[in-house]
Design a protein around this ligand. Structure first.
Ligand code: SF4
Length: 422
């Protein structure tokens, strides 16, 4: 029998679109409506077949795998827990509890994407809003160092460019759109104004914008490759708008200046509130990477790169971030949740994972699964596991279980490991 299930959330990217309609036939997805091509692919291709866990290349039962994982973690002096951006907050809470129990280092994929954003938030604060406010109020949208046309395909249609909102009834016609980036992109093609900044010069440009916004003069003809006349126009547009929002991406966080770039942008946004309403929203990539920041912050006080080795949480970006801990060869065991670090981390860090016992909880096959000592093919959040994910604007979205596959969830496996470690 086929059932139509409405208001399903896609958890592939930080938009967490929760208006998807899915046709379910038993434990199979027979059709998907409303998702973008990326989300549809993820949902359509989900394989709900129950696979058994694997220990040292051999299929075992779930209890044996839990025992093997606990034995690895008990043996380790300096275990690392990593990933967490593609699982529910219920599992993320358990991962923090396990890190606390083990005296482990815990880090999330934030440290290789918006970690600098977290540092800037701590340093200067963040004037922010929800995506609902963007849709309803914003008449000026600035995309800085991000390309949602490629990375978040429904962002424009649901929140930022075309939807009609309470104060933007004519959709796109009621909005001015500016893109700042190092090269033309699919997003810049849809903008009213495109400012091409030299690679690594964002900080200078943001500082110039702060000066101009205060009414100071900037003597140079161009800053960071952008004519100052264009920067003056942008400042005029920013001050004259009714409600402005900047969406910022890894073009700022992962280029020269990193957290200083983001801090400068956050300061500019805060200062623009002297003249009008202005907010900033980081473009978060993974479906629940914002939730990982939230959970780690409310449980340890810090958003990523936290060590419990001394019996209390210590924050150490660069010291306790997974890339650094692995590349320096300091971790002697790793537990990875819903992530593929072997595919995505720099080579030295990925290679170290091959030399230490690694435990993986992940519903989908991956390069990390191919090197892991223990693999738990768990349920996927929002498909055969219920839970909660935080959208990029930190609004929690409930995730329903579409069908019962018989796979345990990440939360359940982490609970069993917590019980089994000494
Ligand atoms: S925009 Fe993102 S969350 Fe929305 S359907 Fe596409 S991949 Fe899924």
């Amino acid at each position: 029998m086929t059932t139509m299930v409405e208001h399903i959330a896609c958890t592939f990217c930080g938009c967490v679109c929760d208006d998807i309609v899915v046709e379910v036939e038993g434990s199979r997805i027979a059709g998907v409506r409303g998702a973008c091509v990326v989300g549809r692919g993820v949902l359509d291709e989900y394989d709900p077949e129950v696979r058994r866990p694997v220990v040292a290349g051999r299929e075992v039962d779930w209890e044996q795998a839990v025992g093997a994982a606990a034995a690895i973690l008990n043996e380790a002096d300096s275990p690392l827990i990593y990933g967490l951006s593609s699982t529910a907050i219920e599992a993320q809470r358990k991962a923090v509890k396990l890190a606390d129990r083990l005296g482990a280092i815990i880090d999330t994929t934030s440290s290789v994407c918006h970690g600098p954003t977290g540092l800037a938030m701590q340093a200067v604060g963040e004037a922010t809003c929800t995506l609902g406010e963007v849709r309803d109020r914003a008449d000026l949208i600035v995309f800085w160092g991000c390309n949602p046309a490629a990375s978040h395909p429904r962002h424009f249609g649901r929140f930022s460019l075309t939807p009609a909102g309470a104060l933007t009834p004519n959709g796109r016609a009621d909005r001015t759109v500016v893109v700042v980036d190092v090269r033309p992109t699919g997003s810049s093609k849809q903008a009213d104004h495109f400012l091409q900044v030299n690679a690594g010069a964002d900080f200078e440009v943001l500082t110039a914008l702060r000066y101009l916004a205060r009414g100071e003069d900037v003597e140079a003809a161009a800053i960071g490759g952008i004519p100052v006349s264009q920067l003056r126009d942008l400042v005029r547009t920013m001050k004259a708008c009714r409600y402005g929002v900047v969406f910022m991406g890894m073009g700022l966080t992962m280029s020269r200046g990193r957290h200083l770039n983001v801090g400068e942008l956050f300061s500019l946004v805060a200062e623009l509130n002297t003249y009008t309403r202005f907010s900033v929203i980081p473009m978060r990539g993974h479906g629940n990477v914002a939730g990982a920041d939230q959970v780690l912050t409310w449980s340890s006080g810090y958003p990523f790169a936290v060590s419990f080795a001394r019996g209390y949480p210590q924050f150490g970006p660069g010291e306790f971030s997974a890339v650094d801990v692995l590349a320096r060869g300091e971790a002697d065991a790793a537990l990875i949740v819903a992530s593929d670090p072997v595919a995505h981390l720099p080579r030295a860090a990925a290679e170290h994972l091959e030399h230490i016992p690694t435990i993986l909880l992940d519903p989908t096959p991956s390069l990390t699964a191919s090197i892991a000592q223990v693999v738990f093919p768990t349920a996927s959040y929002g498909l055969d596991a219920a839970g909660t994910a935080y959208r990029m604007d930190n609004v929690p979205i409930p995730l329903h279980r579409l069908f019962a596959s018989g796979r345990p969830t990440d939360e359940e496996i982490l609970d069993r490991i917590i019980e089994a470690v000494t």
